[in-house]
Design a protein around this ligand. Structure first.
Ligand code: BGC
Length: 772
């Protein structure tokens, strides 16, 4: 496997400049703060290959769909996370010659991501003119304390000569998305204002009319002393800059601090954006770099205090898990229920920054266990607020009577993807959204959520399943035809086992909760019935029939569940026989060949066994794992983590560890050769789950935390934090012991390796690790 980056507990390190790896590194070293994000592009001009990316959460563009044969039901647009105005720009020239890493002679180069304190550093020494060496050190961060702020410290030294140094500090809104469907630029200018020392550029998005104001001011220091500047101003459409020249002596350090504030109409009135920015810039400059940096680091300290995972004895695994936790927290902070977790976060354009089922199936459990309850709640409210639009989505496809089909890809509740078979047909996303309601309530104990919000969503989804299933006279069973399961290497299949299981589960769960509310809160239940125009028990009679008579494909001989009808007609070949030069197959094989093959992109049946493992015994889970794992190519980032958890569940620690490394280092080692497009943020949550639910065996059972820990052979110990119903606790697993520390005042009920324990507030429990 490609191990390009140096290993370290808290740092990601790139040494030496390899232009062919630049896009990968721009993704890996991205920074973000939940409000905005920035790929690791260079501040100074770079004429080599690069994917420019600055993103503001929630600011998107509906790019008109391009398809060959338009069919009814296609969405009109594919949404795009916008490459926003470039705020990092600082061009420099030495004696009139521009510094550009694509043309300079590079003596040394490094990029470092400091995950503990949340910043990106870049250092390089180059000769730009004959025998003239300069040394540059940059540091930048997106403040976790004040999320509208991006701050850069840019230091320049002339190592062996004296000369003239030219700075151009700018904001450029003349930017584009690489993935635009029709080559359009998406930003229009609203206003621009630039003076000596500061400037604000306000732009708006076409169609969606989001306004974004980007403001900058700066300060220059020579050998740590502020130097006044008298810059020239550049002021042209979509671009503002200050430019000035200073005379530099050998060995002097010149530092430019660039302070940027980005405000958008999502949070501020349009008409006031530019004025608000000016106020922000004054406040920021008054605070100064050091204070801003310390405030930012303090926020990261708080995040790590409750979400860090420590692994002793395996540097590679340690670095990887922190990398995953770091990027998850950079992507989503849960402060705004209108925002969500794009599969690539703020690290690239792919997947358009939109919301997928990834949020409910992967992201939510991570945030439920590591963040405040309101973070998970906001993820649920996001979907609750999209219920009306999901009903409209379903109506467009011919469903009625309040049936809700949540979009597979969305920004605002509307479906916005245009791959019919691969994406639209993945109706299993509806099930993940129902499952999220269950997951949230069992984690938090927030039972009121059901009557207040959850049940409406469940009714909409259950109505959809009820209408989507049809009766097969041939099988004398209900069937769900023409779907795509999680395994996207099979399209338009009948009776995807996972989808049918989710459908039946949703119907039962909804029914069960109606029955509970009927007894416990009939008034609220009736209010939900009125609001949803629900006829009870009229509508549910069919649900019960579906629950009892759904068709589930099985292989009676092998005693395994079949991914879909007809799966056994395939030639069953092990994935290990595919030559490595042909992997990933989606980059080498025709789509036709992939569809005909038995190869599985990601956990499908196994995802069902993961969600509903209590319905199945260990032997059944094991048989299915042994059947499906060898057929799986793990070409979705969401695959290895689920397989790892299931492998731990059946006690196969070697396999669980192998799959853990694959999920944890997926991006760092670029397993699927696509990191240049951006990182796999949602699967990073799966990595965390592979430790906590996989090795740690954490489950919630009868309102209690259950642990069944295992430890990979080469680890000395591992520890993690988790939250459950208002209790924060830490679990440490060593070769010999399981140690649980209750970090809260409230008691914690635990079942460890099958035995009940009650752990009082602030107490510690040490038990022998049970080895089978
Ligand atoms: C996976 C989907 C996932 C999407 C976004 C695809 O490769 O197959 O399950 O929702 O990526 O992460």
């Amino acid at each position: 496997m490609n191990s390009y980056y140096k290993k370290d507990e808290w740092l990601i390190i790139e040494e030496g400049f390899h232009p062919e790896m630049n896009r990968e590194s721009e993704s890996i070293f991205s920074i973000g703060n939940g409000y905005m994000g920035q790929r690791a592009n260079f501040e100074e001009q770079y004429s080599g290959d690069s994917l420019q990316g600055s993103y503001v959460a929630g600011v998107y563009y509906p790019d008109k769909t391009r398809v060959g044969w338009w069919k009814n039901g296609y969405p009109e647009y594919f949404t795009k996370v916008l490459n926003a105005p470039n705020w990092i720009g600082i061009d420099i020239s030495v004696n009139g010659k521009a510094v550009d890493l694509a043309t300079a002679r590079i003596i040394s180069f490094s990029r470092i991501l400091n995950m503990k304190e949340g910043y990106l550093e870049r250092s390089f020494k180059v000769t730009v003119l004959r025998n003239k060496t300069i040394e540059i050190n940059t540091r930048r961060f997106l403040s976790m304390a004040e999320p509208d702020l991006g701050i850069i410290r840019y230091s320049v030294k002339f190592v062996d000569f004296a000369g003239m140094l030219d700075f151009t500090v700018y904001i450029d809104a003349d930017v584009r998305n690489e993935d635009t469907n029709y080559g359009k630029k998406f930003w229009k200018e609203v206003s621009r204002e630039v003076t000596a020392g500061s400037g604000v550029l306000t732009t708006r998005t076409m169609k969606t009319d989001f306004h974004v104001a980007t403001g900058m001011c700066f300060e220059l220091q020579r050998n740590k002393k502020t130097v006044p500047v008298n810059p020239d101003i550049i002021n042209r459409e979509k671009y503002i800059a200050n430019t000035f020249i200073v005379s530099v002596k050998t060995g002097e350090e010149w530092v430019l601090y660039k302070y940027v504030s980005v405000l958008s109409s999502l949070n501020n009135p349009k008409g006031r954006l530019a004025d608000d920015i000016k106020l922000r810039l004054k406040e920021v400059k008054a605070k100064g770099y050091n204070k801003l940096f310390l405030d930012h680091v303090k926020e990261w300290g708080k995040i790590w205090a409750t979400s860090d995972v420590v692994i002793e004895g395996d540097l590679s695994a340690q670095q990887a898990i922190r990398f995953n936790i770091f990027h998850l927290n950079q992507t989503y902070t849960g402060k705004d229920e209108r925002l969500n977790i794009g599969p690539k976060g703020f690290t690239g354009e792919k997947y358009g920054g939109s919301t997928y089922w990834d949020t409910e199936a992967f992201g939510l459990p991570f945030f439920l266990k590591t963040a405040d309850q309101k973070v998970g709640r906001n993820l649920l409210l996001y979907r609750y607020k999209h219920l009306e639009k999901s009903i409209v989505n379903a109506e467009k496809l011919g469903f009625k009577n309040g049936a809700a089909l949540y979009p597979m890809v969305t920004m605002n509740g509307e479906e916005c993807h245009n791959e019919w078979e691969i994406t639209f047909e993945e109706i299993h996303r509806n099930g993940a959204i129902a499952y999220a309601v269950y997951n949230y309530i069992r984690h938090t104990g927030d039972e009121d959520y059901m009557a207040d919000y959850g049940l409406e969503v469940l009714i909409g989804i259950s109505r959809f399943w009820s209408q989507r299933a049809t009766f097969s006279e041939n099988l004398k069973k209900h069937v769900i035809l023409g779907v795509t399961g999680p395994n996207e290497y099979e399209n338009n299949v009948n009776n995807n086992w996972y989808t049918n299981l989710l459908a039946v589960w949703t119907l039962s769960y909804t029914l069960k909760n109606i029955e509970i509310l009927e007894k416990e809160n009939p008034e609220k239940l009736n209010a939900v019935f009125r609001k949803t125009n629900f006829s009870y028990p009229g509508e549910t009679a069919r649900w019960s029939d579906l629950i009892n008579n759904m068709h589930f494909p099985v292989d009676k001989k092998r005693k395994v569940f079949l991914q879909q009808d007809g799966f056994l007609d395939k030639e069953l070949i092990q994935a290990s026989t595919i030559p490595s030069v042909e992997r990933p197959i989606n980059q080498h094989w025709s789509w036709d060949r992939i569809l005909r093959s038995c190869f599985i992109k990601q956990a499908d049946v196994l995802h069902g066994l993961y969600f509903f493992e209590n319905q199945f015994d260990t032997e059944t889970i094991k048989r299915n794992f042994d059947f499906y794992e060898p057929l799986t190519v793990h070409e979705s980032s969401l695959s290895a983590c689920i397989h790892s958890i299931v492998a731990s569940r059946i006690g196969n620690i070697e396999k669980a560890y192998e799959l853990y490394l694959r999920t944890a280092r997926l991006d760092l080692d670029d397993y699927n050769k696509e990191v240049s497009d951006g990182l796999h943020i949602t699967s990073m949550a799966g990595t965390w789950l592979a430790i906590v639910e996989g090795f740690g065996g954490m489950r919630i059972l009868d309102g209690k935390i259950q642990l069944n820990p295992l430890i990979p052979v080469n680890w000395q110990s591992y520890s993690f934090h988790a939250r459950f119903r208002g209790v924060l606790f830490e679990v440490k697993v060593t070769k010999d012991n399981v140690i649980v520390i209750n970090l809260s005042e409230k008691p914690l009920q635990l079942i460890i390796s099958g035995r009940d324990h009650q752990l009082k507030g602030s107490k510690k429990l040490v038990l022998k690790l049970k080895v089978d």
